[in-house]
Ligand binder design. Structure first.
Ligand code: ATP
Ligand code: LTN
Length: 329
């Protein structure tokens, strides 16, 4: 029996933050031995909102470096840049023509992002979930490890695949989302009502994996909490709950043990302890990142190698879809 295939993606819209890491990347790394793994730097998704071209190019390389530093192993997975494999755009067009607009109008991420973008919202932003469906369906994916915010997009992907298969005959494999129990929705440190996001520009909103220890300490000490004092996992106290969840995933300790450990202590003590846990968890990957980017060609060659390895799968699936529909000669 062959291994199940995992596919996931991340946008090169800035440095990776703790939400990306705990919600997605850490799980990609952990399950590498078990599955056949494909990971994609989704630059075509990134341009659904304006990106400065020079910064985008720099972000793509840096993101690849960080992902390898986090522990993605080029022997065990293929990491590539989405726009290097043109089949992604080709399948997107085909799926655009089978996806009802009504399904797209229900996508909550589009509503949130287009509210922010207002009249600057593009067709690409609206079409973002179909491009994501193409990413997933191109590789006969079984499992899609993502944070909670992407669950709706994976469900849409399933609907798109089922509709296509129902109309034209079995073509696409139906994928399943994989969402972690803790860490699936890390909230902003400045505002625990908002998910931590790369593109939020406010200082103190996100902890980035390459943040220096002092920056991490400052951000955590200033994180928004409430006027209560006890250290308890209580979802109604969103700020402290978020910090406790981060502590829980990074230490691997149980909730009871954590509450007991901080019994009688104040928010200040807890925040100090959390800052040290975060700093120590990130230290090894920060060191590895410096080694990786010392040779800029190294990352580039791994990305090319990744694309060459997976391109034939994508070609085969697009050709099958074209054939089903009756496209071409
Ligand atoms: P942007 O702000 O540019 O939209 P983002 O921070 O939402 O970016 P993505 O590249 O869109 O990051 O997401 C990569 C992965 O990280 C996805 O699987 C997504 O579900 C996950 N993720 C993003 N934000 C969080 C978060 N706050 N908590 C947990 N997982 C998250
Ligand atoms: N939309 C995702 C990124 C993404 C993705 C994918 C995730 C693009 N294509 C395919 C899983 C599978 C996001 O995190 N915003």
């Amino acid at each position: 029996m062959t291994n199940k295939r995992v596919l996931s993606g991340i946008q090169p819209t800035g440095g990776i933050h703790l939400g990306n890491y705990l919600g997605a990347v850490q799980n990609w790394v952990r399950s590498q031995d078990e599955y056949d793994n494909i990971f994609c730097i989704v630059d075509l998704h990134a341009i659904t909102v304006y990106q400065d071209p020079k910064i985008l190019r720099k972000n793509i390389r840096e993101l690849a470096g960080i992902l390898f530093a986090c522990g993605l192993d080029p022997q065990k997975c293929s990491l590539f840049v989405q726009s290097d494999v043109t089949e992604h755009t080709e399948l997107t067009w085909i799926l655009n023509c089978t996806t009802p607009i009504g399904w797209m109008k229900r996508m909550t991420q589009f509503k949130d992002k287009s509210d922010k973008q207002k009249e600057k919202s593009t067709m690409g932003l609206f079409d973002y979930p179909v491009l994501m469906a193409a990413d997933i369906l191109l590789y006969e994916t079984d499992l899609v490890p993502v944070g909670e915010d992407q669950k709706q997009h994976v469900e849409l992907t399933r609907d798109i695949a089922e509709k296509f298969n129902g109309t034209y005959g079995p073509t696409f494999k139906i994928p399943e989302p994989v969402i972690p129990k803790v860490g699936a929705r890390v909230m902003g440190l400045d505002d625990p009502a908002k998910k931590m996001s790369k593109s939020e520009e406010k200082q103190g909103h996100a902890i980035f994996l390459l943040d220096e220890p002092d920056v991490i300490r400052k951000k955590i000490m200033r994180a928004t909490t409430d006027s209560l004092t006890t250290i308890q996992f209580d979802e109604s106290r969103a700020g402290i709950y978020n910090l406790l969840c981060i502590y829980q995933v990074l230490t691997g300790e149980g909730r009871d043990a954590i509450e007991k450990h901080f019994e009688g202590k104040g928010y200040g003590d807890f925040k100090k302890a959390l800052a040290e846990v975060v700093i120590e968890s990130l230290r090894p990957l920060q060191e590895k990142y410096q080694q990786i980017i010392a040779d800029p060609h190294y990352v580039e060659s791994l990305l090319k190698q990744g694309a060459s390895k997976i391109r034939p799968i994508a070609r085969r699936v697009v050709d099958a879809a074209k054939d089903r529909i009756g496209l071409g000669l």
